[in-house]
Design a protein around this ligand. Structure first.
Ligand SMILES: Nc1ncnc2c1ncn2[C@@H]1O[C@H](COP(=O)(O)OP(=O)(O)OP(=O)(O)O)[C@@H](O)[C@H]1O
Length: 824
């Protein structure tokens, strides 16, 4: 209530210049709040009178001729037959007879519409567009009639149809074109229709004429009702940015006018004025609080949404949806022609004899232990053949499982795996490696429909299943992948396949890689992609990170990127990167408020063991943090390791990587560490792998990609036009900033230090990135401020990647402290 009273008071003050409501004054007509009503009524009346006069002139024009002639010649005032007397006769004489003929009947539409708009306070029809149409059709009807009048025998009788303009214009046209002038007149209508209506639309005839006015509002922005309610933004097409103007409190008058006899304090206009007129009548019925409060609380929300919608829709209509690929419009994804062709004449993978022999040996071995089989079926895969057996009733599954080694012995084969039972199949599976294995060529999988048409956000080919199906997964859904495998078992090839999959399907504007390669040689080829797909720390020379210290900085920098992305998501009121980008594409987010299109970031670490040995917690903590939180903001991790020991794959890391992939490992302990199950030690190498995803285990053969093919892909991408530099990650300098501590001089404290101190205490978080983000400072300055805060005893010392401890818990004691230090 007090707010309302205040608002009422301010309104009163602001309107002291306005004439007293109720009392009449000539000045009020021109400057008062009733001005639109006054002019609206005048225009409406004028329009109606004109129309009646013109219409009447059609019937009385010739008889009124003598009355009008008398006025100019002998100055005698005679009676006129026009429905509006002499005034009607004179005005019709000018508009209809002298100028535009019966086309002039359209002219009153303009004052009638303008008057109605002023009176009603809302513009239902676009005035400028309709005026344009009225002018055209008036002239055109006059011209058309002029042609017929000219051709007729009695021009004097029918001359009123075309008026002077139509007749004279036809005389001139006829001199040049003869009867062709008629075609010109018809064409004039056609061209006008082309420019005024959406002729290309199949249903345009249905839409004529009214709906089109609205659709084509961009022709006359000043007249579009929606545009008037929301002033146009300043838009820079090149930068795809816009600057929305102040939101208009479109329905605010409802709130304001509930104060009796006080005009609204909002910008005045017809809508406001009329509403103000109406509300006093309702006012006596609103003596109690609840109804007024309801109005005040509910109204503001709706217009803001409508405003945003209109604005973005308008921008999309004008400039189309934001397209990130236009950053590099000529960029082409590599084609499969860069990849080696599969073997033309592959020999039969598994011969009939091999199949029969294996089947018999399985049946015999099981039979010798008293297990009889009801049915056996073989599925030939690229690396292994799966024999599915259905034992006769009464056989215990665990008995078959315990015979794994005996079956392997009888088949004299390595890498037998028994899956008992096969999930969802009602059988027991025995995987037997093929004597001659098939290479899964990368070209064959990349050219498959399954990969090409995958609609995933981050499609990656993982390989072929035992039943020869191509397995494509969505890294965005995984959402992180942990890979293990002993040396030489196909890890690097697997990583290359994964990177190549993403490069084949994503545009550089949609995806960035952060590549960490402690072995220094595995990912070197991807250096060519620096200006297309790679992200790196600012001022760092190498795009591929090989130095452990830089790895720590990069991981922390990714954490900062993650936090700032979360802030953006929060501001945009969305839950994940996909929704955020969709909103950005629809131009609903303002780039000038820091919003930008967010590419996915895939962090690939080729050897985690090495990092964990040298940096331990400093690496583990940010990795775990990213793995826990980064999925929603489009940061995904692919971490590979040779040694899947618990020291490398700690509980903290493992818990956050639900998708795990294992190539052959050396022991069943390693297999358990990575997959939580044995089996990976039984694999046969060369890209044979087990994928554990959503508590399901799948055996896959990884496709083979040669170094030459990787090189060809990287060169193809690298030789195209790229960005000026790699995608810049936020700055992070770690404990280097500690050096500044000694240099801090109490007299040279940053002027923003008190504000930063309050920010840190309010959030109870001694984080440099918080200061950086909230106060929009560079990392260095934020880092210096943080050191000064430590010097002042406001925050604790630097503790690695964790936020510093905040030593003050409320703003009062902080303010007191700052005062005693001579700050503030
Ligand atoms: N999918 C595959 N299909 C066929 N052969 C493969 C496949 N993957 C790997 N190989 C073979 O295995 C060899 C070793 O692979 P790779 O270099 O990927 O092993 P690695 O696990 O990365 O070893 P390291 O850890 O020592 O680098 C390759 O040179 C290739 O001959």
């Amino acid at each position: 209530m007090s707010e309302r009273r205040e608002r009422g008071n301010s309104t009163r003050t602001r309107n002291t210049q306005a004439p007293k409501p109720g009392g009449f004054s000539v000045r009020g007509i021109f400057y008062g709040e009733n001005r639109p009503l006054f002019w609206g009524a005048i225009l409406l009346t004028l329009g109606l009178l004109m129309f009646i006069a013109f219409l009447s002139h059609v019937f009385t024009g010739s008889s009124d001729q003598s009355a009008i002639d008398g006025l100019w010649t002998d100055q005698t005032v005679r009676q006129a037959d026009n429905a509006l007397g002499l005034w009607g006769a004179v005005i019709s004489q000018v508009f209809v007879y002298r100028w535009f003929g019966i086309g002039a009947l359209l002219i009153p539409i303009i004052p009638i519409l303008a008057g109605w708009t002023l009176l009603s306070g809302e513009q239902r029809l676009p005035l400028a567009t309709i005026s344009r149409h009225v002018v055209f059709y008036t002239l055109w009807i006059s011209l058309l009639m002029g042609y017929f009048v000219m051709m007729s025998e009695s021009q004097a009788t029918w001359g009123f149809l075309s008026g002077g303009f139509g007749y004279e214009a036809n005389l001139i046209l006829f001199t040049f074109l003869k009867w062709g002038s008629f075609i010109v007149i018809l064409m004039a209508l056609f061209f006008f229709a082309l420019s005024a209506y959406d002729i290309t639309s199949p249903g345009f005839l249905k839409n004529l004429p009214l709906p089109d006015f609205r659709r084509r509002h961009s022709d006359s922005p000043e007249e579009d009702p929606e545009t008037e309610a929301s002033p146009r933004p300043l838009f820079t097409p090149g930068s795809n940015s816009f600057e929305p103007s102040e939101p208009v409190p479109a329905r605010a008058p409802f709130i304001i006018s509930s104060t009796k006899n006080e005009p609204p304090s909002q910008p005045t206009g017809p809508a406001f004025e009329v509403l103000h007129e109406e509300i006093p009548a309702i006012e006596p019925e609103l003596p109690k609080g609840p109804l007024e409060l309801e109005i005040e609380e509910e109204q503001p929300a709706e217009p803001v949404v409508a405003e945003e919608k209109t604005l973005s829709e308008e921008l999309v209509e004008e400039f189309g949806e934001y397209d990130s690929t236009l950053d590099l419009p000529t960029y082409r994804n590599p084609g499969v022609d860069l990849l080696a062709l599969p073997d033309d004449n592959p020999q039969e993978k598994v011969s009939h004899e091999e199949l029969e022999g294996n089947k018999n040996r399985i049946v015999e071995t099981l039979g010798s232990y008293g297990i009889r089989i009801a049915k056996i079926k073989a599925t030939i895969g690229p690396t292994v053949t799966l024999y599915e057996i259905i034992p006769e009733a009464g056989v215990r599954i665990s008995k078959i499982q315990s015979l794994e080694k005996d079956i392997a012995l009888s088949l004299s084969a390595l890498g037998i795996r028994i899956i008992a039972p096969m999930p969802g199949r009602g059988t027991i599976g025995i995987e037997v490696p093929n004597k001659r294995r098939e290479t899964v060529y990368i070209r064959s999988v990349f050219s498959s429909d399954r990969f090409q048409k995958a609609t995933y956000d981050l499609p990656i080919v993982l390989g072929k299943t035992v039943s020869n199906e191509i397995y494509v997964a969505d890294l965005a859904k995984m959402p992180h992948l942990l890979i293990a495998g002993a040396t030489g078992q196909g890890k690097s090839v697997g990583l290359n396949v994964l990177l190549a999959s993403l490069i084949y399907r994503k545009h550089p504007s949609q995806l960035k890689f952060v590549l960490v390669d402690p072995k220094k040689v595995e990912l070197t080829l991807f250096n060519h992609l620096e200006r297309h797909y790679l992200a790196k720390l600012p001022n760092s020379d190498e795009a591929i990170i090989t130095d452990t210290k830089k790895v720590i900085y990069t991981l922390n920098s990714l954490c900062i990127e993650m936090d700032s992305r979360y802030d953006l998501l929060k501001e945009a009121a969305v839950r994940n990167l996909k929704e955020y980008n969709a909103k950005f594409v629809e131009r609903k987010l303002n780039p000038q408020k820091g919003h930008r299109f967010l590419p996915f970031i895939v962090l690939v670490i080729d050897e985690l063991a090495d990092l964990m040995m040298t940096a331990g917690k400093e690496v583990e903590t940010p990795i775990a943090r990213l793995a826990q939180l980064a999925r929603a903001v489009g940061i995904h991790l692919v971490v590979a390791t040779q040694r899947p020991s618990v020291k490398v794959i700690t509980g903290l890391i493992k818990a956050n990587f639900p998708a795990r992939l294992s190539f052959k490992v050396t022991s069943s302990i390693d297999s358990r560490t990575i997959l939580d199950a044995g089996g990976a030690e039984q694999l046969v190498g060369h890209g044979d792998m087990l994928l554990s995803l959503n508590s399901e285990m799948l055996r896959l053969q990884c496709p083979f990609i040669d170094t030459k093919e990787v090189e060809a892909i990287c060169n193809f991408v690298g030789n195209q036009r790229g960005y000026n530099e790699a995608y810049a990650l936020p700055e992070f300098e770690g404990d280097d900033t500690g050096e500044l501590k000694e240099d801090v001089d109490i007299n040279s404290f940053d002027p923003l230090l008190p504000d930063a101190a309050r920010l840190v205490v309010t959030h109870q978080q001694g984080s440099t990135s918080l200061i950086q983000r909230k106060m929009k400072l560079g990392y260095n300055r934020a880092g210096r401020i943080m050191d000064q805060l430590e010097t002042l005893g406001i925050t604790g010392p630097f503790t690695g990647s964790k936020a510093r401890e905040v030593l003050f818990h409320d703003l009062d004691s902080l303010d007191y402290h700052l005062k005693t230090m001579g700050l503030d």
